[in-house]
Every structure is written in C-alpha cells, then in structure tokens.
Design a protein around this ligand. Structure first.
Ligand code: SF4
Length: 147
C-alpha cells in the first residue's frame, strides 16, 4: 500500500518536531528541512494542529511545537486520519467495476488495508525517533533558502 505524500509528510513533521527539544521552528523552517514546498507543509501542519498534535505560536519567537499528545501519538492513527477511509482500489470510479456488487477480492483488500493500519497502531512518534533516526533528523539543516 502506498501512502499519500501528505501522510508521509505529516509523519515527518511530527518526527522533526519530536527531536527539536525547546526549539520552536517555523513552518518555513520545517518545510526547508523536509525539502517540500511551504504550501504543502502549511496544509499538513494545519491538519496536525486540528488533531491537537502540534501547537503554533505566532509572532516573534513563535513557531511550532509538538504537544504531549503529538509525542505519544500513534503512527497508525495519524496514517488513518490523513489517508481517510477510501478503499485501496477505486471500485466505484468513473467506470464502476462490474464485480463491485459482489466481489470477494474487495473484501480481502479491505481487510488487508485494516491490518496495515492496525500494525502501525502500537507504534508512537516517540518510538520512530529513537536512534539512529532522531540524530539523523537533527543533522538535517532547517535553514530557509534566501530567494
Ligand atoms: S475486481 Fe473487485 S476489488 Fe477489483 S475493482 Fe472490481 S470490485 Fe473492486
């Protein structure tokens, strides 16, 4: 199963913030560290704020911080939230599959999708920034390029 780009980015933002300590980077700095467009990072950060996993302080000295809920957040819950509840196969698309009303494969794929999510449920953000990942993340510069 392939994750949406926004799902992977949401997890990377959480991981980056998890290793920042007292420092509160801006969304632009996080985007620079993740090497993604600012607009994409901002959209993902808004989603994480909505979930209560990230807090943002405006103004001078402001920035993003991981909430306690963010540190202990389940990777599975984040993946479910960003992926939504769509099927892995689009059976009812513009040209619906003729088997859609009675397909055993569809049920099997749905169970496989749920098993994938469930395998990530016990894994927390704190778990995935343990060494060597955390030190590697800290080694990535978050300097915003000058236009
Ligand atoms: S074969 Fe089954 S799983 Fe595949 S598109 Fe058709 S209904 Fe969906």
């Amino acid at each position: 199963m392939r994750l949406l780009r926004s799902t992977d980015l949401a997890l990377r933002v959480l991981m980056r913030l998890a290793v920042e300590g007292e420092s509160t980077p801006t969304t632009r700095e996080v985007a620079a560290a993740m090497e993604v467009p600012y607009t994409h990072a901002a959209k993902v950060v808004a989603g994480l704020q909505h979930m209560g996993l990230v807090s943002a302080r405006r103004g001078r000295g402001g920035g993003l911080a991981l909430s306690e809920e963010g540190r202990t957040a389940s990777v599975g819950a984040v993946v479910r939230a960003f992926e939504g509840d769509g099927d892995v196969v689009d059976c009812e698309g513009a040209t619906p599959c003729p088997l859609a009303s009675g397909c055993r494969l569809r049920g099997a794929l749905r169970r496989a999708q749920e098993a994938f999510f469930a395998s990530l449920d016990p894994v927390t953000v704190a778990d995935v920034v343990a060494s060597p990942t955390g030190p590697l993340l800290l080694g990535i510069s978050r300097t915003v390029p000058v236009d």
